[in-house]
Design a protein. Structure first.
Length: 211
């Protein structure tokens, strides 16, 4: 849309990767195009192609990515879906998620994130000693951590949040297509729109005893 506003408008899209940044658009090795309509039609194709090349490129040898989350606010129910998507992506890429929780209450989201990805969840009792915590707990890599006595989670809150009312639930109705969770039964999934083929249970007939 920006390219179509004026013929002299130019657009640059960069992607941050491990140890480098890459031009997604325009192609630094390509020919500069002056027509705005021509530029607009090529943005999607070129960005997608560059992202595919970048994601398929091997990571530098010895590179062990990790994520450290420093949290000072309570969990926000509306962020549950996006956070779980991040957790599953990190788990698939074997990227540990470490969690430093400074909020007054524990974070169920980050408990699950650290547990499922093999990271370290810790809630410091003395915020004044953050530097010491960072150096002694989260600085070590995965191999070094196996030789250290690090804090572990005594228990993990695996309860999920329903997609309809954003409430914490232990038992839920699950959509068989998109795996959305609901605290109440609905014949139509509000996420993907699929219609459930499950019929409501019929009431059982009373059993009469023969005397």
């Amino acid at each position: 849309a920006y390219l179509l506003q004026h013929r002299n408008n130019r657009l640059v899209i960069l992607a941050a990767h491990a140890g480098k940044s890459v031009f997604l658009f325009p192609d630094p090795d390509g020919v500069n195009r002056t027509g705005s309509a021509e530029q607009f039609s090529s943005v999607k194709e070129q960005v997608w192609r560059k992202l595919t090349e970048l994601s398929n490129a091997p990571i530098d040898e010895g590179s062990l990515p990790r994520i450290l989350v420093v949290d000072s606010s309570p969990d926000f129910a509306e962020q549950y879906i996006s956070i779980m998507n991040c957790i599953f992506s990190a788990q698939k890429k074997h990227v540990p998620i470490d969690s430093c929780v400074l909020a007054s209450e524990p974070s169920a989201f980050l408990q699950q994130a650290s547990y499922l990805t093999g990271g370290i969840y810790f809630k410091p009792k003395e915020p004044q000693g953050l530097v010491q915590y960072f150096l002694s707990i989260w600085l070590a890599d995965a191999d070094t951590r196996q030789m250290l006595k690090l804090p572990t989670q005594a228990s993990v809150d695996f309860r999920a949040m329903c997609f309809c009312h954003k409430q914490t639930i232990s038992t839920a109705f699950v959509c068989p297509v998109c795996l959305s969770l609901f605290c109440e039964f609905s014949p139509i999934c509000s996420t993907c729109g699929i219609r459930s083929q499950i019929k409501p249970l019929k009431a059982k007939r009373p059993i009469h005893q023969i005397s």
